[in-house]
Design a protein around this ligand. Structure first.
Ligand SMILES: O=C[C@H](O)COP(=O)(O)O
Length: 316
């Protein structure tokens, strides 16, 4: 079995990020060109949307989550588009990139996904705020892994970023990575809480130096979650890290990606900033709970020429 990509991390190396100053207006101008700059040809749009589906971490992270809802979510992850649409598009075996749930739902997801090969991601470390003693946060990671989680989406202590306590941030993420064992780690930066794009860039570097396998924008619970400007800053930090270490790190925008157009925009950015390799589930995931519905609607229209009136069974 091919070994999964891991980021070994480095020693904390402040000189690689201490002098970063992000020119926010310039980033915002560049991000604003993405949706307009590249109108994908119609026949290519379907292919890009299918690619987005295989990169989705299909997510339910709600206080009223039930095992039944998780079972329905996993069924959707295994068969994300209607059979007749898949057949018309000549697609077989399409699944989402992963399923993302709370720790106590991991076992149900593992059972429901069976031998599909779809990874289960679990949030942990006191999601979404992370304000718990470190030993309890590490215990939660170990619990999720013991339940069968293949990936752990951790949240960082935002105060470490806001106070510039980079060693403390590095140490906590390193400890979390160790607690993950064989499970891969996604570091949620909660960028909507970080006050500046410069802080987002620095936190991205520290998370990668501490061994994060992906860096992720948001929990989906902040006031502002994934945006194209923030994503641009994070993927450029990844580009710097690859140049500094030769190690590849994945990117996961999460929170508020709802439309097929969002899926196209983020993929155009990934392709233009990092290259085609970053359009694979190993290096790109979209954390989303409702995006798949709009992609399905667009694919159905692509095949039939009309929008499905009553959309397929909702998950929730
Ligand atoms: O990580 C996943 C996010 O919580 C999903 O956010 P969403 O419900 O806005 O798609």
């Amino acid at each position: 079995m091919a070994s999964l990509r891991r980021n070994p991390g480095t020693a904390l190396t402040p000189e690689w990020f201490a002098d970063i100053r992000i020119n926010a207006p310039a980033v915002e101008r560049r991000a604003a060109t993405l949706p307009a700059r590249r109108s994908l040809k119609k026949e290519w749009q379907a292919a890009w949307l299918l690619n987005a589906i295989r990169c989705i971490d299909l997510t339910t992270l709600a206080g009223d989550d039930t095992e039944a809802r998780v079972v329905r979510l996993c069924a959707k992850a295994r068969h994300p588009i209607a059979p007749e649409i898949a057949e018309a598009l000549g697609v077989e075996g399409l699944t989402t990139g992963a399923v993302c749930v709370y720790p106590t739902m991991v076992a149900a997801a593992k059972r429901a996904l069976g031998n599909s090969g779809i990874p289960v991601a679990s949030v942990a470390t006191g999601f979404p705020a992370g304000l718990m003693p470190l030993d309890l946060r590490l215990a939660e990671i170990r619990y999720a892994v013991d339940q069968g989680a293949d990936e752990i989406d951790i949240v960082i202590t935002r105060a470490h970023v806001l106070m510039g306590e980079w060693a403390a941030l590095y140490d906590e993420i390193s400890a979390m990575r160790e607690a993950c064992g064989a499970a891969r780690l996604k570091a949620i930066l909660a960028t909507g809480d970080l006050k500046s794009l410069t802080n987002v860039a620095k936190a991205s570097h520290v998370a990668m130096q501490a061994g994060a396998d992906w860096i992720k924008t948001s929990t989906g619970k902040e006031g502002v979650n994934a945006t194209l400007p923030v994503s641009l800053v994070m993927v450029r930090a990844i580009r710097d890290y690859v140049a500094q270490t030769g190690q590849r790190v994945g990117f996961k925008p999460a929170g508020g990606l709802r439309t097929a157009k969002d899926a196209l925009n983020w993929q155009v950015m990934m392709n233009e900033e990092l290259g085609q390799d970053w359009l694979s589930p190993d290096l790109f995931r979209i954390g989303a709970s409702s995006l798949l519905g709009d992609i399905e609607r667009q694919l159905s229209h692509h095949v039939t020429g009309r929008y499905a009136a009553a959309h397929r069974q909702a998950i929730a």
